[in-house]
Design a protein around this ligand. Structure first.
Ligand code: GRF
Length: 186
């Protein structure tokens, strides 16, 4: 049985899609959901699905405590799905080519520290770019920097609001993230 561990800081709509995608799959399971926010919606989603929901503090993330908790889960893949802190080097080193992240734009554009959520869609909207999209990439010790695994694009008219761009991007995320994960695990 391949084991997925998810890290998220927010609502967890991507985590919910991933959990639903693998529900009933005899080869792959979501073993645990970790969050740095004890009140994050993603932890409720985990609990509702009978999945271990583990909240941690920034200190625990950076002191090796979270590394031990993750190792105990024996993950085949660690999935960052809206995790807003930089992943510590010790966890990155412990799981080479086993940590992936989804970014709501076409990296290398609109990535890096502070580029998350509406900040990304605002930058795309203001740029007048004719397209936006998603990037799924391996995680290294820098923000949004590891090798790109997958990208999907959507055309833009240049008149979309940030909210409209956000919805367009979220649809791409929900469509592609679970299947990219499945391909990586097969
Ligand atoms: C998504 O836009 C994802 O690209 C980014 O964080 C957001 C997570 O959204 N990394 P949700 O919590 O899965 O709804």
């Amino acid at each position: 049985m391949k084991r997925i561990v998810i890290f998220a800081s927010g609502a967890g709509s991507n985590a919910a899609k991933i959990i639903a995608h693998f529900a009933g799959n005899s080869q792959v399971e979501v073993a645990a959901v970790f969050s740095n926010k004890s009140d994050a919606g993603v932890l409720d989603i985990a609990r509702k699905n009978g999945i271990a929901a583990i909240a941690f503090t920034r200190d625990e993330l950076n002191s090796g405590t979270v590394l031990s908790l993750v190792e105990a889960q024996k993950p085949d893949l660690i999935v960052l799905a809206g995790f807003l802190l930089k992943f510590p080097a010790d966890i990155v080193a412990a799981f080479p080519r086993k940590i992936i992240n989804i970014h709501p734009a076409l990296l290398p554009k609109y990535g890096g520290k502070g580029m998350f959520g509406m900040n990304v869609h605002r930058a795309v909207s203001e740029s007048g770019d004719a397209k936006t999209g998603i990037t799924i990439h391996y995680v290294d010790e820098h923000y949004d920097n590891g090798d790109i695994i997958f990208q999907a694009e959507a055309e833009l008219s240049g008149r979309e609001s940030c909210e409209e761009i956000s919805k367009i991007v979220q649809k791409l995320e929900h469509t592609h993230f679970p299947t990219v994960i499945e391909k990586l695990l097969n």
